[in-house]
Design a protein around this ligand. Structure first.
Ligand code: PLP
Length: 440
């Protein structure tokens, strides 16, 4: 995420301790972390002894058994997870968001081979979305700078347009939700509905600029999936586990996915765990031909059998419930939104403020009344650096969409208080003031 050369002469940032939303680096400098571990992960905050204890107890009892068998914490966590996910009933464990997404791609391809004679194998993904770092997930990547230099990529992945209303190109009176849905339908018709197996989307695009789809978008997407018999895969790697104020981002929109993938917040970074969750109808397809020894999902993730992940995830989930952190996220999200809108009123450099719950993006532009030219990456880096100098760690879109790496990111832990959010927005306010003087 950063060039290597400078580290020949300057020390990297090394964090050594965390408590709640606070971090200390190796020099002893204290920071308020507004990005939950840099990449929206530590949802319940640092220093949770109860998670460490649950993991310790489990590891000393049984640290591992491969997914070819079962373990008690894996079964218990699956049960608790599915209570939160109406209409879904099967959980598969692996270690990272990328891997969870690849499992879906494999399942879609296997369903295509075994049930559709090779048809319905293509996977649609959206411009600006990100699904991981492996070659298959990069083949489904809507952020070209993440892909640059790593090709060739795989066949069978097709892009649909993004749904960022702030940069809407047309001037028609049609709703942007309708325009965006039609754009997806155009791709489906162009490719041929019988060639398409799944549509893979982030509920709210994260690293591509924190893009909240326009009102009315999701019901239309759902209709398209049902109309053309396309499985809906929602990538909840960032939005899952409370980030938007619901257990999952898609639950804000009343839709029913066929696959849901999740990673970061599942155990808040206390252990590596990811899940691929699906419906009974999809699962049935993997046991439709009991006489065929190849008719099962033929996959194993070695460390999907580690018990630390589900043990940590069980305690993480208990904390979210016991401390009412979803409720806190909704309340603090509303508070943060007001603070950010005030910053927008005050600073002309703020073009757009977007987000939900404790998940926000602030798009910076040179001229918001005119052509909304994005500020340079250097300006974005200066704002991130300015906040850091005031002891607040914020994030920014980085090496993602050429010319549009101009969105600051805030994703504080779900335990944030008004005082924490004041601290974050005050640092941002001062830094934006200074930046305006420097770029004008
Ligand atoms: C939406 C989304 N999906 C998938 C991934 C990949 O997850 P991982 O880095 O755990 O492989 C990320 C990582 O940032 C992500 O933001």
């Amino acid at each position: 995420m950063t060039q290597h050369k400078p580290f020949e002469t300057q020390a990297p940032s090394v964090m050594v301790e965390g408590k709640g939303m606070r971090l200390w680096d190796v020099e002893g400098t204290e920071y308020l972390d507004a990005v939950s571990g840099g990449v929206w992960t530590v949802n319940v905050g640092y220093g949770r002894a109860s998670i460490a204890n649950a993991v310790c107890e489990q590891l000393t009892r049984l640290n591992y058994y491969a997914g070819s068998g079962g373990t008690v914490p894996a079964a218990l966590f699956a049960e608790r997870l599915l209570e939160k996910m109406h209409g879904l009933s099967r959980v598969y464990y692996s270690n990272s968001g990328s891997e969870a997404n690849e499992k879906v791609f494999k399942m879609v391809r296997q369903i295509s081979t075994q049930h559709y004679n090779g048809k319905k194998s293509k996977i649609l993904y959206r411009e600006r979305d990100y699904h991981g770092t492996t070659i298959a997930t990069l083949s489904a990547c809507g952020q070209s700078q993440r892909m640059e230099g790593y090709g060739p990529f795989l066949d069978g992945f097709v892009a649909v347009p993004d749904c960022l209303e702030y940069r809407r190109g047309d001037t028609s009176s049609e709703s942007f939700a309708e325009i965006s849905a039609k754009a997806i339908e155009d791709v489906i018709l162009r490719e041929g509905p019988d060639s398409i197996g799944a549509l893979c989307l982030e509920p709210i695009t994260a690293g591509g600029g924190v893009i909240v789809p326009p009102d009315g978008y999701w019901p239309r997407v759902m209709e398209l999936c049902r109309k053309y018999d396309i499985l809906l895969h929602i990538d909840e790697v960032v939005c899952g586990f409370g980030r938007t104020g619901e257990w999952f981002g898609y639950q804000n929109y009343g839709i029913q996915p066929d696959f849901v993938t999740m990673a970061k917040g599942v155990a808040s970074g206390y252990a590596a765990i990811s899940c691929t969750v699906t419906t009974e109808a999809v699962f049935e397809k993997f046991k439709a031909f009991p006489d065929d020894p190849m008719n099962m999902f033929r996959d194993i993730s070695t460390f999907g059998g580690c018990t630390a992940g589900p043990a940590a995830a069980l305690e993480n989930l208990a904390i979210l419930e016991q401390e009412n952190l979803l409720d806190n996220t909704r309340k603090m999200g509303a508070y943060l939104e007001q603070k950010l809108l005030s910053l927008k009123d005050k600073h002309a450099i703020v073009g757009d403020v977007r987000g939900k719950g404790l998940f926000w993006g602030i798009e910076l532009v040179k001229n918001r009344e005119d052509d909304k030219t994005p500020v340079s990456e250097r300006t974005i880096a200066a704002v991130v650096g300015g906040c850091r100098q005031q002891g607040v760690l914020i994030g920014a879109t980085n090496r993602s969409v050429p010319g549009y790496n101009n969105t600051l990111c805030l994703s504080p832990a779900l335990i944030a208080t008004p005082h924490d959010l004041d601290h974050i927005t005050d640092a941002l306010d001062k830094t934006l003031q200074k930046t305006r003087c420097e770029i004008s």
